[in-house]
Design a binder for this molecule. Structure first.
Ligand code: PMV
Length: 381
């Protein structure tokens, strides 16, 4: 039997201008545009192999070694779109094998713990869409494919590009103009680094979809955010990236994280994603910037308590030295990091709220790979 297969890797992205709010829940159309930085796949990536064969009777998906149900409407929507595009190709060229009529076997693995709340769904849906598009030899570009990934998870559309990425909200009801575009490639401003502080938390966070729905329905502040704050910030943040203006980029990033968590608090009943550790990390970053007399680090938090701290490579010893002073007992430091020599007050028990440090940097979009997760029988290796 002949098995066709293709593999790709895809990155995680962390928004600096947050997507929060859907105007269409089934198509994942947002109420505002957003911007993100794509992170390096050396530290965080999903590897996905997609295979198909006349002998595969149904679509199957294995995630991190476990067979998953394909009942999710999100995944079904992505597969249906990709099969439709393949069918169009087959209809235009009768010599092509009819892959669109075969079952798909998809095997996906993360190189980081899925449960840590690190935007794994973004990398996962991006990898799924790109692997199948490659298997089907689809001619669509990354922006076109981003519209399919968007239906899996909104933020996934931004993982189709490396570097600095925008998701333009669009205004069409069918979502055809709601897609990811490159703001600037990795090489434009390559020195962007990120320190992720994985914050331990026992409570389960409100899932992003239900959280967004509640905010849209109940927060008054949210209307101000989407009408006034984000549209202006979207333009300013793109400008800060074009000009590699870190202090401006950082200030906008921190303010936007705070604005997003403010509309969560303004939802009724309120949603809390930040915990005490997160709040103390916010204060620490402001302390660092104050001690330096300029903004050299920016925090941002998604729908959970983990902190992502962006900084520029030339400030690495200052930023990591400062964080190391507080969190040196936490695992994950790499290379030589020396604690800061200046004195500042901090809670000496704060490190207990952080389970891991992940030091990473800006990175490229999805990458082709020869590595495969599927054996000759079309099953996970
Ligand atoms: O794509 P979702 O449904 O997981 O939502 C992501 C929402 C945030 O991470 C909080 C913000 C963003 O823009 O990524």
């Amino acid at each position: 039997m002949s098995i066709y297969s293709a593999s790709t890797t895809a990155p995680v992205n962390i928004a600096t201008l947050k997507y929060w709010g859907k105007r269409d829940k089934s198509l994942n159309l947002p109420t505002n545009s957003s911007i993100s930085v794509t992170l390096s796949q050396k530290d965080l990536r999903t590897l996905t192999t997609a295979a198909t064969s006349e002998t595969f009777t149904e679509d199957k998906l294995w995630l991190n070694g476990k067979l998953e149900s394909l009942e999710s409407e999100r995944t079904k929507a992505c597969l249906a779109d990709l099969k439709k595009l393949r069918k169009e190709l087959e209809d235009s060229d009768a010599s092509l094998p009819k892959l669109s009529t075969f079952g798909l076997h998809i095997v996906s693995e993360n190189n980081f713990p899925t449960a840590a709340g690190l935007a794994s769904s973004a990398a996962g849906f991006a990898a799924l869409v790109v692997a199948i598009a490659k298997l089907y030899k689809l001619p669509q570009d990354m922006s076109e494919l981003s519209k399919i990934a968007r239906k899996g998870s909104g933020s996934a559309c931004r993982s189709l590009f490396g570097g600095y990425v925008a998701w333009e909200m669009g205004d069409l009801t069918d979502g055809e103009d709601s897609k990811a575009v490159e703001v600037a490639p990795l090489g434009h401003w390559p020195g962007m680094k990120a320190a992720i502080l994985v914050v331990s938390d026992d409570k389960k966070d409100t899932p992003s979809t239900s959280g967004m729905q509640l905010t849209v329905a109940t927060s008054d502040l949210f209307q101000h955010r989407i009408k006034e704050v984000v549209p202006a910030r979207f333009i300013e943040m793109k400008k800060s990236i074009a000009e590699k203006d870190f202090p401006l980029f950082a200030e906008l990033t921190m303010k936007d994280s705070n604005s997003f968590h403010a509309v969560c608090l303004d939802s009724y009943p309120p949603i809390f994603y930040l915990n005490d550790t997160s709040k103390k990390i916010i204060k620490l970053v402001h302390k660092l910037n104050e001690l330096e007399g300029k903004i050299i680090a920016a925090y941002t938090f998604d729908a959970g308590p983990n902190a992502v701290i962006y900084y520029e490579e030339h400030n690495e010893s200052k930023v990591l030295g400062f964080l190391h002073t507080v969190f040196n007992k936490v695992e994950g430091w790499k290379g030589e990091v020396k604690s800061t020599d200046y004195k500042f007050d901090f809670d000496d028990q704060l490190y207990k709220g952080v389970s891991k440090v992940i030091l990473t940097e800006i990175g490229p979009g999805p990458q082709d790979t020869e590595e495969t997760l599927i054996n000759e029988q079309g099953l996970p290796k």
